[in-house]
Design a protein around this ligand. Structure first.
Ligand code: PEP
Ligand code: MN
Length: 457
């Protein structure tokens, strides 16, 4: 027991909160499990399984997010819209890690500040949906809600919510974490060897030259420092990697909410950084109730319909003590709306004076459908929203401290545009997402370069 930790905060523990108190509120987006007994036995099993992360790591991330609030770090949060059980493979995991490492290298080099790397992985298995039912050719079935809930195939059997899937999701998350940790501990993220992060399928990318120049410059700097000091530069062979997911499926999150011997309070030990999605962000809803009692740093998506006073109430509820690093607002307005919708929110929070970290998600406000039926996003809109976000924060006297992106290391064609100018006709070549369209490797790297250009203007 860390007594100083307890004495400072124990009196401030939220009243009448428990890991189950969310059950008294309206919980949106949760599946109806057909068999209560099956659900309870799955949850009982989960409660006995080991956690995926530790309270120490969670508190370290909170500290780093506090530094990002002060402008001393930049946050890169990225990964799939929805992980799938089938894609819990060596290649998919390592390719995604490579892209995130390359992007963070671009950001560290260009912004001259440390980057907090947070993957949308090892638990991103539950999805909110805009409709409860999906109808095809007159047949209606429950919507697919992520592999943790049901299956994507359009059959009654696949779409039946199955609580055993939560146990499988926990296992896949643990496998993903284990592989990521092993790669990083084994030197995969070693700055002496950024060539390890090259993706075999990339071939001749239009961005390769700019990226290659930057890697060479970093290699020179590392060798120069090592020559000067006569020793290997400390810590360049490993980086921190944190995990995040939308904590949507509250029964699962509850089962992973634990107390630990050396820190007071409750931690969600399934991930470092859980966030509340836009559709479940109501201040009086079950998700906000669950989140207020855990000690993790938390994010909340902020869409174009949120009013300034709502945001202040979110701060009252989720960060009453104005704790550094605790609360991140992830705004996702869309390129067409951000200039109208964001400034009143920035003003209200700046005038209020309490601490938050602002991150821009330029993906979710820019989703559209093509004439040939694909859900897509245009890189131009994604880039535009990012650029406007930087400008609007600068004008409001606030700071954009990070970016939240949906991306993959696979050679997919899901978003339009970018350096290779993907067109609608290209989408069918490799459109693989189960839910939202992701940036491919080149588009992701281009987004990182765009952030650097914008920040150094
Ligand atoms: C998501 O991040 O995949 C998502 C559903 O976002 P939002 O809650 O912002 O719509
Ligand atoms: Mn998404």
């Amino acid at each position: 027991m860390n007594s100083s930790d307890r004495s400072v905060h124990a009196v401030r523990l939220p009243q009448a909160w428990s890991p189950t108190s969310w059950r008294e509120r309206v919980a949106l987006q949760l599946p109806q499990y057909p068999d209560a007994g099956e659900l309870e036995s799955a949850l009982a099993e989960l409660r006995g399984l080991p956690p995926l992360v530790t309270s120490w790591e969670i508190l370290t991330l909170k500290q780093q997010l506090a530094e990002a609030q002060e402008g001393r770090r930049f946050v890169l949060q990225g990964g799939d819209c929805a992980e799938s059980f089938a894609e819990c493979t060596s290649d998919v995991i390592s390719n995604r890690l490579k892209v995130l490492l390359q992007m963070s290298l671009v950001l560290v080099h260009g912004l001259r500040k440390p980057v907090v790397r947070i993957g949308r992985f090892a638990g991103q298995y539950a999805k909110p949906r805009s409709t409860d039912l999906e109808t095809i050719d007159g047949v209606s079935l429950p919507s697919y809600r992520g592999d943790m809930v049901n299956g994507p195939a359009f059959t009654a059997e696949a779409r039946r919510p199955d609580p055993r899937r939560m146990i499988k999701a926990h296992a896949r998350s643990a496998m993903t974490m284990n592989f990521v940790r092993a790669l990083i501990d084994g030197g995969f993220a070693d700055l002496h060897h950024p060539e390890y992060w090259n993706l075999s399928w990339v071939g001749h990318s239009p961005l390769a030259e700019e990226y290659g120049r930057m890697v060479a410059a970093i290699g020179d700097a590392v060798r120069f420092m090592e020559t000067l000091s006569g020793a290997e530069v400390h810590n360049l062979n490993r980086v921190d990697f944190y995990t995040s997911h939308e904590a949507l499926l509250l029964p699962y999150e509850e089962s992973m909410t634990r107390q630990v011997p050396r820190h007071w309070g409750w931690f969600n030990l399934s991930t470092h950084f859980p966030w509340i999605g836009m559709r479940t962000a109501a201040v009086d809803g079950a998700h906000a109730e669950y989140f207020r009692g855990i000690r993790n740093p938390i994010g909340i998506k902020v869409g174009p319909t949120v009013a300034p006073d709502q945001l202040l109430r979110v701060m009252d509820l989720l960060n009453p003590d104005d704790e550094p690093g605790r609360l991140t607002f992830i705004h996702r307005m869309g390129a067409a709306h951000i200039a109208d919708k964001l400034p009143p929110l920035l003003d209200a929070v700046r005038r209020d004076g309490r601490r938050v970290l602002w991150i821009c998600d330029p993906m979710h406000g820019n989703t559209e459908s093509t004439a040939n039926g694909y859900k897509t996003r245009r890189f131009a809109n994604i880039g535009r929203e990012l650029e406007l976000a930087f400008e609007l924060h600068a004008a409001a006297g606030t700071r954009l401290g990070g970016a939240h992106l949906e991306l993959t290391g696979e050679d997919v064609t899901e978003c339009l545009g970018g350096a290779r100018e993907l067109r609608e006709a290209d989408l069918e070549r490799a459109y693989r997402t189960c839910v939202d369209p992701r940036l491919n490797y080149e588009q992701a790297l281009e987004a990182a370069m765009l952030i650097v250009r914008k920040q150094s203007q």
